[in-house]
Design a protein around this ligand. Structure first.
Ligand SMILES: [Zn+2]
Ligand SMILES: [Zn+2]
Length: 266
């Protein structure tokens, strides 16, 4: 019997592009992927390069929730181990935004000349699902609302036995402030992933790119009272030293820049 309600693991918290090598070992260079495990469910938020080395369980039900289809959130998907097994079923959920079906959109990215195989040609059975919120994965309730990001991005909320995880990657605050609907949606979460890609002095040059700042993250934490906050979507140019220095000034023991293999048991 598990002694937790949900197990949360960071597999990739880098934004925009994967990075590696000296200066990137502490926080990690894999792009967006977070794993939630409970009961017989293995749920992945996003399929960036972090999903490539996911500790995949042969017998688990596999679900992938895609916040949106920007390439940093998808680039690990063709390497996702369950896709290589004939008897495996993989459920992919992504909100419909642009014209076309999710299946066609994914197959449009992974096809020659960009990639030798179409997603369709992998051995696993893949279900392409455009979700209507809320829905259930086993006994995990999944809710979602749209975040402010070019082309859109889903803010997913996973709830099981009163424990709550919210993923708010690829979100940019607005000058009007955080909408009440969003504050209510996130309020009291046990874990919130918040996009803090740009420090304040870099933000000005990247306004409208769809990412936020640590200062805005702390403001949002005060508004929502979340218990643990992870800053995510680290800028690919920010090395360990830079992220250490940004974390040091936060002055809040419950706010951290997410590191590869961070685990929280709820
Ligand atoms: Zn991104
Ligand atoms: Zn994006």
């Amino acid at each position: 019997m598990e002694d937790y309600t949900m197990k949360f693991t960071v597999l990739g918290a880098r934004g925009s592009a994967p990075v590696g090598g000296e200066g990137f070992n502490k926080y990690g260079g894999n792009t967006s992927c977070y794993m939630i495990e409970c009961g017989n469910e293995q749920i992945f938020l996003d399929a960036g390069t972090g999903i490539m080395k996911a500790p995949y369980k042969q017998d688990a039900n596999i679900t992938v929730l895609l916040t949106h289809l920007h390439i940093d959130h998808l680039i690990g998907f063709p390497f996702f181990k369950p896709l290589f097994f004939k008897e495996k079923r993989v459920k992919i959920y992504s909100v419909k935004r642009e014209n076309g079906l999710l299946k066609d959109q994914l197959n449009g990215l992974f096809k020659p000349p960009f990639w030798p195989l179409r997603i369709d040609e992998y051995r696993a059975n893949i279900d392409y699902i455009e979700p209507v919120f809320p829905f259930k994965i086993g006994d995990v309730e999944v809710d979602g609302i749209e975040g402010n990001h070019p082309g859109g991005s889903t803010i997913f909320k996973l709830t099981r036995n009163g424990k709550v995880i919210v993923c708010m990657t690829d979100y940019e605050h607005t000058k009007e402030g955080f909408p009440q609907e969003l504050i209510d949606f996130v309020k009291g979460a046990d874990i919130l992933l918040y996009d803090a890609q740009y420090k304040n002095d870099d933000y000005e040059a990247h306004k409208g790119f769809g990412h936020s700042t640590p200062e805005k993250g702390l403001e949002f934490k005060r508004l929502t009272g979340v218990k643990n906050m992870f800053f995510v979507h680290h800028d690919p140019y920010y090395d360990d030293e830079m992220l250490d220095s940004l974390e040091a000034v936060l002055n809040d023991p419950n706010v951290h820049y997410a590191k590869y293999k961070d685990v929280i048991l709820l």
